[in-house]
Write a protein that binds this ligand. Structure first.
Ligand code: ZN
Length: 176
């Protein structure tokens, strides 16, 4: 008996594509269980499957070719399915990298007068915000402090004692 769909992709257990809206059986390509990371149920076939992204809510296709890479090159656990579309997965990776760089440089930026480094920290926080709008208060506070330091450093010195210039500069939007 073919309980895992070796002879026909339509006989594959549905949990291998849990959460998919639509499966395109015409796109099926052969899987090689010898290269897969599974305990009981391998994937005998890969096929284009449509999912909804958990971040942006757009539909995207998890392609048969991409699945073969996941399971036979990267050896992901066989029941793995994508939670985000490729675009959002990249955003998350970029945000994670931004957070790592932030952690590495923020103390140095805090204790020095290196304005380029402070500006870099602001850019990194912006990148983190694209996937996480609940950043810790300390990071938000750092943003405010560095943004204000950068803004003050950009005010021309020869205008500093003219009250009219001071007033107009106060009305302009934060330079971040
Ligand atoms: Zn997405």
């Amino acid at each position: 008996m073919d309980i895992f769909g070796d002879t026909d992709p339509k006989l594959m257990p549905r949990h291998l594509f849990g959460g998919a809206y639509q499966l395109d059986y015409a796109s099926a390509i052969r899987g090689n269980p010898a290269k897969q990371n599974f305990s009981v149920c391998p994937r005998h076939w890969y096929l284009d499957a449509i999912y909804q992204c958990g971040m942006c809510r757009e539909n995207f296709t998890w392609t048969a070719a991409e699945q073969k890479t996941w399971f036979e090159q990267w050896h992901f656990w066989i029941d793995s399915v994508p939670n985000q579309c490729p675009k959002c997965r990249k955003l998350r990776r970029d945000a994670k990298a931004a957070r790592q760089e932030y952690n590495a440089i923020v103390e140095q930026a805090r204790h020095g007068n290196d304005l380029a480094l402070k500006a870099r920290v602001l850019t990194l926080i912006d990148e983190m915000t694209t996937t996480d709008d609940q950043l810790p208060e300390k990071i938000k506070a750092t943003y405010e402090v560095f943004a204000s330091q950068l803004k003050n450093s950009k005010q021309p010195a020869d205008h500093a004692d003219k009250s009219t210039q001071k007033l107009s500069s106060k009305k302009s939007p934060p330079n971040i």
